[in-house]
Design a protein around this ligand. Sequence first.
Ligand code: TA6
Length: 293
Amino acid sequence: TKDWNGIDQVVLRNPKGASARISLHGGQVCSWRNEQGEELLFTSSKAIFKAPKAMRGGIPICFPQFGSCGSPEQHGFVKNKIWTIDENPPPLCSNDIDACSFVDLLYRSSEEDLKFWPYSFELRLRVSLLPCGDLVLRSRVRNVNGKPFGFSFAYHTHLVVSDISEVRIEGLETLDFLDNLCQKERFTEQGDAITFESEVDRVYVSTPNAIAVLDHERKRTYVIRKEGLPDVVVWNPWEKKSKAMVDFGDEEYKQMLCVNGAALESPIMLRPGEEWTGKLQLTVVPSSFSLDL
Ligand code: TA6
């Protein structure tokens, strides 16, 4: 299918009716639906569908950095570029075989890119929809025999929630976090689940490889599993920030929560020819399930 700019989109489906849509614009997952056809990823009703900026929602791929740190593009530039279908994908590994449908996308650094980020890389993204409905994103960054470089990375994951004030995150208790609302000052989370009653913009560091986002009202829990992504960004703009964003509805903060698997605190260093992999697996289960985090 085509997206809002007429850019190709790939639709993945599984036999039970779950689906996902990935746009070649930015390699962005724009939709992930469960077997009942319910949309699980948030997209702002005021999202601007105009290239080159990524639309606000889904799962933008943030590379080579998350945050601004002085570069021209907030959250990196690959999310604003046109990717291609990878004709020479990495070999299938075990759970890919399970995946009844997947797509391999590729972004290669261009001459244009080298002008403001002078490192040559290949970024390969495999998005898989498993028979159970889980969504798996595996990114591989390879230093294409250029100069050594460092980067940070995040899957900017916008989850749909029924009411942010009824949401809890389990798995980040007692961890340190950098608070973007206090000049990235380091704090330590207390011992109970994280709940929301105001703007939150934090990077939890050295996090476990599985955390849970419990949506109390909809009786639904997202389980986020990750590899190669030691940090978790938790972001909700709340009312004031929402009003300040042109591509975000005033009240929408109540129905979304960003919980981003990321590698931020320590940049990942790649020497020529080296490759890094960052994997994210999203599961949605009825909250009644006991979680084996
Ligand atoms: O997710 C954390 C964050 O860096 C917030 O500080 C806010 O900037 C958010 O990302 C949205 O960034 P974006 O570039 O999508 O507007």
